[in-house]
Design a protein around this ligand. Structure first.
Ligand code: SDX
Length: 424
């Protein structure tokens, strides 16, 4: 028996069906509301709006739980590598031996980019922000595959998805090397996904590059922690772009653009800049007061989250990884002390407690990136490499849905009513 909510408007009562998911909040199905009442729902920022149904990722913000296809993020980080998690997000189950082998082989067959794509980089200044390069070059990929892509053919969607997952690390490493005047790298497919990325990023053609297993494992953990996160701003952007049946490479480019903002994926870069401004533990109280001051635009970057009103489980894993990686690499980074003290003070402050503001995934990630010698400008680029797996998984889920239709929200109109042009 379907649960219903009743809505009485101007004396007229309608029933709104309540749909139940596997876990998490049920939803009011308002798709017929306008037809039945002539009213829209109104929810700028989508604080109470489910934009779709999905079985990929579940977040319980109050409990600080993150599941990918039902598996807890803590277990996936401990027991899987990034390509296994990528397979899980795409296909719904962890791969067995042969599935893992054929998936890895398919990804490795698509790691190179068309040689002509390399000329796109020449159009950028050397000091261009690498996220600007990612938006441009990934969008340009659509020019290389547009004609061979029937997005309603599951197999062609799969190839496009594997191409994107495979090429993002290559393009990211090319953007980094372009910015420092080094040759644009080529992948080496005998390496793992993370090893290949690190080698493309840092190998100097004139020298042999040694893979550091500690750094490669840390990279894999970072990729897993950033792979997918329900209907966040960039994933929603990819879904909306994809709903118009746009080319998937163009859709992922739109996701990269949305991720770049400091309120979203750009926060990891902003966190490290913030730590630099704070400098020492002695300065923390001043910045905490600024973050609480409504008249001051300063916010504690890496803190707060639309969904998590508890500790972001990814931040907890990232903090643990900070200790492990800095310890194994014998790095003593004073910024870690600043971060830990900042977290301690904030979590004891009534402002942050009342507003349920906790560290999110971006709060500690920059410290690990720094230990891996990744420049700040590349932090969000790496986020976009990992999140491409989530974006393509969500895009495929949407495109495979026979009920899929173009997303077209309405508005509350607050402009002029109809008026005549003034006589000339
Ligand atoms: C990511 O959605 C996802 O899943 C995103 C992500 C993913 O994996 O895809 O998890 C990745 O984007 C993590 C978030 C990274 N962004 C930051 O760390 C930037 C700093 N945080 C904020 O800008 C903010 O917390 C947001 C954007 C993350 C969330 O904003 P909301 O949900 O719109 O909440 P809000 O701005 O309405 O804040 C609620 C209150 C406000 O105070 P009041 O107006 O109610 O008095 O809390 C305050 C805010 O002023 N507040 C903060 C704060 N974050 C919120 N005050 C100080 N410092 C902060 N960081």
């Amino acid at each position: 028996m379907t649960r219903v909510a009743t809505l009485t408007i101007d004396g007229k009562t309608i029933e709104v069906p309540i749909l139940k998911g596997k876990c998490g909040p049920d939803v009011l199905d308002v798709h017929a509301l306008y037809q039945e009442t002539g009213l829209f729902t109104y929810d700028p920022g989508f604080t109470s709006t489910a934009s779709c149904s999905s079985g990929i990722t579940y977040i319980d913000g109050d409990e600080g739980i993150l599941l990918h296809r039902g598996y807890a993020i803590e277990d996936l980080v401990e027991k899987c590598d990034f390509l296994e998690v990528a397979y899980l997000l795409l296909y719904g189950e962890l791969p067995d031996g042969s599935q893992r082998e054929s998936f890895e082989q398919s990804i490795s067959r698509h790691t190179m980019v068309h040689e002509q794509l390399r000329t796109f980089f020449q159009g950028f200044r050397r000091d261009a922000h690498p996220m600007a390069i990612m938006v441009g070059v990934v969008g340009a990929l659509s020019a290389f595959y547009h004609d061979s892509l029937d997005i309603y053919d599951a197999q062609q969607r799969e190839i496009a998805s594997h191409r994107l997952i495979a090429k993002m690390p290559t393009i990211a490493a090319m953007a980094y090397n372009y910015s420092r005047g080094c040759p644009l790298p080529y992948p080496q497919n005998g390496l793992t996904y993370s090893q290949n990325f690190l080698r493309m990023m840092f190998a100097i053609p004139a020298e042999t590059y040694q893979i550091n297993p500690i750094i490669a494992r840390a990279m894999d953990i970072i990729f897993i922690l950033h792979a997918d996160h329900e209907q966040n701003a960039s994933t929603s952007t990819v879904r909306l772009a994809g709903s118009s049946q746009a080319n998937p490479f163009a859709c992922i480019a739109s996701g990269i653009a949305a991720l770049w903002g400091p309120a979203h994926g750009g926060a990891n870069e902003a966190v490290l800049t913030m730590f630099g401004k704070i400098g020492t533990k002695q300065n923390i109280p001043e910045f905490i007061e600024r973050a609480k001051n409504k008249n001051d635009p300063f916010r504690l970057m890496g803190f707060g989250h639309r969904v998590y009103k508890n500790y972001d489980p990814r931040a907890r894993i990232m903090r643990k990884a900070c200790y492990e990686v800095l310890g194994q690499l014998n790095i003593n980074d004073p910024l870690l002390e600043v971060a830990l003290e900042l977290e301690r003070i904030a979590l004891e402050d009534p402002y942050f407690i009342e507003k349920k503001l906790y560290p999110n995934v971006d709060f500690y990630s920059g410290i690990i990136f720094k230990a891996l010698e990744i420049p700040t400008s590349m932090f969000t680029v790496i986020f976009s490499v990992a999140r491409t797996v989530g974006w393509v998984a969500q895009w495929n889920e949407m495109m495979a849905d026979p009920a899929q239709k173009i997303g077209r929200p309405r508005q509350l109109y607050t402009g002029y009513e109809a008026r005549k042009l003034p006589k000339k």
